[in-house]
Write a protein that binds this ligand. Structure first.
Ligand SMILES: [Zn+2]
Length: 197
């Protein structure tokens, strides 16, 4: 079920960011896999090696863009690091009264070309909000990249596949039909994410 280069997988495992077990997701469903992204923020040296791989992929696939754009707050560190490695500018979006917007001050972004960098693709909800935000400013979306694609490549953004370092087709089960509940595996509720998705 895991399609990836072993280097990426071992980096995620080394950082304790990719956990295997029996987890209660924010949707209420249960899953065998959980990605604890805060572990990467906690370990800059591992993050640095992971972003090296992401930046190399972006460099190969997107020759022409001006900005890396990431949504606040979880993806700011990785987007900033990617922009630094790629020699591009960086900007982030944040929610202002529930709506995704650019913080005032990112005035140079209008009409530019941007690559969106996010940590995890699950439903595409927050990435689509960033896309809408970029379009309002006349920005061309030159690519969309995530560290982990939990849809296993199943969710295109703007009609294009999303680039990822790790593609996981994660099955989520209703508790009543969860095979791990049936086996009596203890259920873990991961630390609550502050992400409103
Ligand atoms: Zn279960």
């Amino acid at each position: 079920m895991v399609q990836s280069d072993n280097t990426v997988l071992s980096l995620f495992r080394d950082s304790d960011a990719l956990l295997q077990g029996h987890f209660k997701l924010t949707s209420g469903k249960h899953s065998e896999w959980y990605f604890e992204k805060i572990r990467l923020i906690e370990k800059p040296a591992v993050m640095d090696r992971i972003i090296d791989l992401l930046a190399a992929k972006i460099r190969r696939e997107v020759p022409d863009f001006d900005y890396v754009v990431s949504p606040a707050y979880g993806a700011i560190a990785l987007g900033f690091l990617a922009a630094l490695k790629l020699g591009r500018k960086f900007a982030f979006t944040q929610r202002v009264e529930e709506k995704m917007a650019f913080r005032s001050g990112f005035s140079g972004i209008d009409g530019s070309r941007a690559v969106i960098v996010e940590d995890i693709l699950t439903t595409g909800g927050s990435i689509n909000e960033v896309v809408a935000c970029l379009k309002e400013r006349g920005v061309t979306v030159a690519g969309v990249y995530v560290l982990v694609d939990r849809s296993g490549g199943g969710i295109p953004i703007e009609g294009r596949p999303v680039g990822s370092l790790l593609s996981l087709k994660v099955e989520a089960f209703e508790p009543a039909v969860c095979p791990f509940c049936a086996k009596g595996v203890p259920l873990t509720k991961p630390s609550a994410s502050d992400k409103k998705v």
